[in-house]
Design a protein around this ligand. Structure first.
Ligand code: NAG
Ligand code: NAG
Ligand code: NAG
Ligand code: NAG
Ligand code: NAG
Ligand code: NAG
Length: 494
């Protein structure tokens, strides 16, 4: 085997690091915090109003186990919080629980030694019904626009609270969906939210998004005056991170058994926080801080910046208003931070504020490489499994070089030189500005590229910024076609 080719894999393995960090005491929830906002009183809020939730896992395949695990887990949190199944709408491809690679058929976990989160999850939109189009129809409560699925939609009224949670791969300006040709484009999603607001179909909404470059979904796009508060796992120009990954021996056997990451850093942070607190006492702003800290401190290099957008007054709202609260947590008050994952046995366990958080984190987009690598590594020499894993690894690596090559070459053709091209294509607009001015151009350019050069796929989504920058610098569709055709008809597509 030619080991040089696997530098990428090795770089990933090397980056798996464990860190210890002292947990910091986080501010105590100040009960006066929400009083002057006038709308966060838990009792007045919900005498007349329903809590709705839309949960979306945007991926499929076993190497993306974690996204569906996150979404199933979110369902359990909300269910325990008291939301009814009729008000929780789940999008998941549903190819994990009974996947042939799943060591525990019918079971999905979201952390090592964790409970089965698959139990009872409503299968509203599964398989080919998990599309951007259906997501918009569900949010808008427009049953006649649906194509497939259970028909459940957010049939909400002016007093209702809506929580939307999405987990998957993304790229600048886009979120992935497993079954449709189309991505969720930031501009389309925000347009749907504005329409929902115009329809007077909610009182307040909260959106949590885990994906690479997820800040770009709202940056410069989400208005502050439509009663929506959103947080994202990463800013507009960085990866988000998977966690509970194989190779993290601190957690022992379940991970060796799994060969795939079980969760995502931002996602498990908010959910594990919810599971340890009385949500009648915790504000959105407090949870943001807990999640931001845990996500940022995930490893030595620092991981992603958890961001917030929209109406900042909603930071004073109680989580209870959107997620309910598990009565079993009534006695928990969030006086200390919640990111204690497991205790270091070398430390004095009675000292509550001193604990160790230890994990292996990998970039979202490297999750599949890690999965193939582990399969390869574990399989007996010259077994069919080993050959299959090697083939998958090789294919992924050549798919990546194909995409790298295409973008590089197209850029050079468009901008004359490598230097000029990288200046334009890599440019990151300042925080607060949308990714692109002309979103129609962006969508057409993405489609044009994919038509001639193949799907961007998980890895290639990182290049949507380059494509957006082509629009921002005035590249026309004809010019893009002229550069793509010679480039991509030569480069072989794997
Ligand atoms: C609930 O709120 C709606 C809209 O404000 C109102 O029309 C309705 O009477 C309320 N119902 C109850 C039971 O308070
Ligand atoms: C619902 O969707 C259908 C089909 O796309 C559309 O014709 C109709 O106008 C939509 N209804 C509303 C209320 O937006
Ligand atoms: C999609 O929805 C339709 C209509 O509910 C259903 O018959 C079909 O089985 C669904 N497809 C998948 C793959 O779940
Ligand atoms: C929100 O603010 C923008 C910009 O100031 C304004 O154009 C828009 O009409 C406002 N929307 C609502 C719903 O108040
Ligand atoms: C976004 O993340 C990148 C990479 O981590 C960092 O260099 C940049 O400063 C961040 N920008 C903002 C606005 O947080
Ligand atoms: C690169 O950009 C500069 C400034 O826009 C331009 O003068 C130059 O001709 C470009 N180089 C090529 C090879 O097109």
């Amino acid at each position: 085997m030619n080991w040089d080719k696997y530098f990428l894999v090795l770089a990933i393995i090397v980056s798996l690091k464990s860190v210890s960090l002292e947990s910091e005491a986080i501010f105590v929830v100040d009960d006066n915090d929400h009083e002057d906002s006038g709308h966060a009183d838990p009792n007045s809020n919900h005498k007349n109003g329903t809590r709705w939730a839309v949960l979306v896992a945007g991926s499929n395949y076993y190497d993306n186990y974690r996204h569906q695990a996150d979404v199933c887990h979110a369902y359990q949190v909300l269910k325990k919080g008291g939301l009814k199944d009729e008000n929780i709408i789940v999008f998941m491809y549903d190819d994990i629980a009974f996947n042939t690679y799943n060591p525990r058929p019918g079971v999905i976990i979201n952390k090592p030694h964790g409970p089965n989160v698959y139990e009872g999850v409503p299968k509203d939109y599964t398989g080919n019904n998990v599309t951007a189009y259906n997501l918009y129809a569900v949010i808008l409560g427009n049953r006649s626009a649906l194509t497939g699925g259970s028909g459940k939609v957010v049939n909400s009224g002016p007093n209702d609270h809506i929580f939307i949670y999405y987990a998957d791969h993304g790229g600048p300006g886009v979120l992935g969906m497993p079954a449709s040709e189309d991505y969720v484009y930031a501009k389309d999603l925000v347009h749907v939210l504005k329409k929902k607001h115009e329809a007077n179909a909610y009182q307040r909404m909260v959106i949590y998004i885990e994906a690479c470059e997820s800040g770009s979904i709202f940056d410069g796009l989400l208005p502050k005056n439509i009663s929506i508060y959103a947080t994202t796992a990463s800013n507009g120009s960085e990866s988000s991170y998977a966690t509970y990954c194989p190779g993290d021996h601190d957690y022992g056997s379940p991970l060796d058994e799994y060969d795939t990451c079980l969760g995502d850093m931002y996602s498990v942070s908010w959910m594990e926080d919810c599971e340890k607190t009385n949500l009648r006492k915790e504000t959105l702003g407090h949870q943001y801080e807990v999640v931001r800290r845990r996500t940022a401190h995930g490893n030595v290099q620092g991981t992603s910046h958890v961001m917030q957008y929209g109406n900042m007054h909603q930071r004073n709202d109680l989580l209870f208003s959107y997620m309910g609260s598990n009565p079993a947590n009534d006695n928990f008050i969030s006086i200390s931070d919640n990111y204690v994952v497991h205790h270091d046995h070398d430390h004095d366990q009675s000292h509550f504020s001193s604990s160790v958080f230890s994990t292996a984190l990998i970039r979202q987009r490297d999750g599949n490489i890690l999965h193939f690598w582990h399969k390869f590594h574990k399989a007996p020499t010259s077994s069919p499994e080993k050959l299959e894993a090697k083939k998958q690894l090789d294919e992924e690596i050549s798919r990546r070089s194909h995409i790298d090559y295409c973008i590089y070459k197209i850029g050079k053709l468009l901008f004359g030189s490598q230097e000029n091209s990288s200046k334009v294509l890599n440019y990151v607009r300042p925080h607060g500005q949308p990714l692109v001015d002309d979103w129609d151009c962006f969508k057409i350019h993405v489609k044009t590229y994919e038509k001639h050069c193949g799907r961007l796929s998980i890895y290639g989504m990182k290049y949507t910024r380059a494509i957006a920058n082509m629009c921002n610098s005035g590249v026309t569709t004809d010019q893009l076609v002229a550069a793509s055709v010679p480039t991509c008809s030569i480069a072989s597509i794997n």
